[in-house]
Design a protein around this ligand. Structure first.
Ligand SMILES: Nc1nc2c(ncn2[C@@H]2O[C@H](COP(=O)(O)OP(=O)(O)OP(=O)(O)O)[C@@H](O)[C@H]2O)c(=O)[nH]1
Ligand SMILES: [Mg+2]
Length: 295
């Protein structure tokens, strides 16, 4: 029996649903997702293993044209890196979003590999007005990329997911598996702890807080019935530390509660989580410090 395997990069602007799509394909919430842009900061590999094929997806940070700090520039580099030696590109977009002149689009076009344009969030089409915008979006992509597959999906509502997987399967090269067939990702367990806490920060705190925080897990001690975890949240200033803690520690308690629950679901095990806050000035503008956080 032939076996197919290859690398599939998921790219596109921030907030279009790249991470939601990867999670839906894998049936596992591997990548964090929020309603705020620039949630994903790393490339995250997610592997779909089936008899006869292995698809290695790479979820990427939302592409921005120009970074405003070193962290954002690292995120741009991650997207570019994900496009090297890749077999198939999924360019994710939304109804009414056009990106012909974008830098990302130009890089992709130059590559001589299959691109699938994925128009996400079609569950949002409820009126004739939206239907018209949708038709215009399809026409737009057909005009600029004539030999490309266009597929409309809803990553959130699982619409057309299997059609997309079948398309990818057809385009996948013949190759033995690149990873052992039981692998789901290449990232260590504590990476997902950091990400889950970061997701809760995105969801529970306002304004700049999600963007000026980073999470690092120092202790990940897995016992038979429970995982003991100690994580640090890094912020820039004392005032931000106070916001994170909240009145009488209410906010940090909430963060710990929601994080612990999600980590428990992720690993399917009891979790004892300790969270500490540390001040770390301009970590996102310093290469050495970024490295410490795994960038
Ligand atoms: N209605 C609807 N919402 C969706 C769909 N897919 C994703 N979303 C929502 O869009 C928001 C962004 O989703 P993400 O998956 O985090 O988007 P992303 O492209 O990974 O964003 P970045 O990591 O910031 O680049 C979330 O609130 C999702 O729930 C969809 O098919 N339909
Ligand atoms: Mg994302």
């Amino acid at each position: 029996m032939i076996h197919k395997s290859g690398f599939v990069s998921i790219v596109g602007k921030a907030n279009v649903g790249k991470s939601t799509l990867m999670n839906s394909i894998l049936d596992k919430k591997l990548s964090i997702t929020t309603y705020k842009p620039q949630t994903t900061r790393h490339n995250i590999i997610g592997i779909l293993n089936k008899p006869g094929y292995q698809m290695i997806f790479c979820d990427t940070p939302g592409f921005i044209e120009h970074g405003q700090n070193i962290l954002q520039n690292r995120m741009i580099q991650y997207v570019k890196k994900s496009l090297k030696d890749v077999d198939i590109i999924l360019l994710i977009t939304e109804i009414g979003k056009f990106q012909k002149k974008s830098y990302l689009f130009n890089i992709i076009k130059e590559k001589n590999i299959p691109i699938i344009i994925v128009i996400n969030k079609i569950d949002k089409i409820v009126s004739i007005k939206e239907k018209n915008i949708y038709n215009k979006t399809i026409k737009y992509w057909k005009n600029i990329l004539d030999k490309t597959d266009i597929i409309s999906i809803s990553a959130l509502k699982d619409i057309n997911k299997n059609i997309l997987i079948e398309k990818i399967q057809k385009l996948l090269p013949e190759h033995p598996p690149f990873y052992p067939k039981e692998f789901l990702t290449d990232k260590p367990k504590r990476f997902f702890v950091n990400e889950i806490i970061r997701e809760k920060i995105f969801l529970l705190y306002k304004k700049e807080i999600p963007y000026i925080t980073e999470v690092e897990t120092e202790i990940f001690n897995e016992k038979k019935n429970c995982i003991y975890i100690t994580s640090f949240i890094f912020v820039e200033r004392n005032s931000q530390k106070n916001i994170l803690i909240g009145k009488l520690g209410k906010s940090i308690y909430r963060l710990k509660y929601y994080s612990e629950n999600s980590i428990k679901n992720f690993f399917d095990k009891e979790i004892k989580l300790n969270i500490y806050i540390k001040i770390f000035k301009k970590w996102y503008n310093d290469y050495k410090r970024l490295k410490m956080f795994g960038y």
